[in-house]
Design a protein around this ligand. Structure first.
Ligand SMILES: Cc1cc2nc3c(=O)[nH]c(=O)nc-3n(C[C@H](O)[C@H](O)[C@H](O)COP(=O)(O)OP(=O)(O)OC[C@H]3O[C@@H](n4cnc5c(N)ncnc54)[C@H](O)[C@@H]3O)c2cc1C
Length: 301
């Protein structure tokens, strides 16, 4: 049997898309490897209706809600190969099973690439963050560091100034001209130009001159790229931005491959749970429209 839609990635975006299709009584297969991007943090913030909720509980509740629909099939595992064309996609999973679907949806999220500083990656989501809207409020207006990766770190320092007293660690990644230095001074943002050796404790920075600066949290910008190579392998076009790669989609969330759609972080330049939920809901409805509008001979429904 061919599913109406195979969704690869069963987190916020994928489940939100599934919900629309399931409510239209369509046959949906969700394949999920169980590694959402925010798995390093205990709580999800800035999600209206679930602000501050335990991350795993939010995910479990979403899954419980879509599992009420009888036309859902859920496979725990990884999709490892994708082939085919509109109305006849084939997805192979890591247990060597092959599934057929009329439409395909990539909701596979992104991976973050962090600056190469000892101790940073281990504290990702607990003492080291990228998004102030998700994490800064809980740091209680404490001392905050911005670990620079380039000119855009000035923007991050400006922004974070609303959440605490900011120190900009240039760490040889950012040269500050006179105008920016004056601006930072006017905003009472401290500039620390001694390179960082490592991060220890909750969010303490050790500098090359031996000083240790303790912060409530460290923020840094990170590059993102699709977590799965499958969309690219199928021939979907990716954005050309070197630091923020995502799958290019039309206004209807269809990729450059007919019948293959993408949503959530993997198809957006701006990322959050709320945006992923909305993007997934829209993708789900657009896929349903395309199924309804297809010639009747094209499918099994
Ligand atoms: C540390 C951290 C904390 C965050 N905290 C917040 C927060 O508090 N609030 C907020 O709004 N946002 C937060 N975010 C951002 C948020 O995690 C993402 O915007 C959101 O998870 C995107 O949802 P998604 O469904 O698009 O992707 P994801 O949640 O990343 O899910 C992608 C899913 O696809 C699966 N997958 C990938 N490849 C395959 C494959 N080949 N086969 C099968 N399955 C596959 C993965 O296992 C995963 O389950 C945080 C991000 C980070 C890094």
């Amino acid at each position: 049997m061919a599913y109406d839609t195979i969704i690869i990635g069963g987190s916020h975006a994928g489940m939100s898309a599934a919900l629309q299709l399931l409510r239209a009584r369509r046959q949906v297969l969700v394949i999920d490897a169980g590694a959402p991007r925010n798995r390093f943090s205990d709580r999800a913030h800035s999600v209206l209706g679930a602000d501050g909720m335990d991350r795993a509980t939010l995910m479990a509740e979403s899954r419980r809600q879509i599992e009420r629909y009888p036309t859902l099939t859920w496979v725990e595992g990884s999709a490892v190969d994708v082939q085919g064309v509109l109305d006849d996609f084939r997805v192979t999973t890591d247990d060597c099973a092959t599934h057929r679907g009329r439409r395909l949806l990539f909701a596979t999220g992104v991976v973050d690439s962090l600056p190469d500083v000892e101790g940073l990656a281990e504290r990702w989501g607990t003492g080291v963050f990228h998004c102030p809207y998700c994490h800064a409020y809980e740091l209680d207006q404490g001392e905050l560091a911005v670990l620079a990766i380039g000119a855009r770190s000035l923007e991050q320092a400006r922004l974070l100034n609303d959440w605490g007293r900011v120190t900009l660690l240039t760490n040889q990644a950012l040269t500050i001209d006179r105008a920016s230095r004056q601006e930072m001074e006017d905003r009472r943002i401290a500039i620390e130009e001694t390179p960082v050796v490592r991060v220890t404790d909750q969010a303490t920075v050790e500098l090359t001159d031996g000083r240790r600066l303790a912060f409530a949290g460290i923020f840094t910008s990170c590059g993102t790229a699709p977590a799965s190579p499958l969309a690219r392998q199928l021939g979907c076009q990716l954005s050309e931005l070197p630091t923020e790669q995502y799958v290019v989609t039309t206004d209807c969330k269809e990729t450059t491959v007919k019948g293959a759609y993408a949503c959530g972080d993997t198809a957006l330049a701006h990322h959050s749970i709320t945006l992923a939920l909305a993007d997934g809901a829209f993708a789900g409805s657009q896929i349903h429209h395309s199924l309804v509008e297809a010639p009747l001979s094209a499918g099994t429904h």
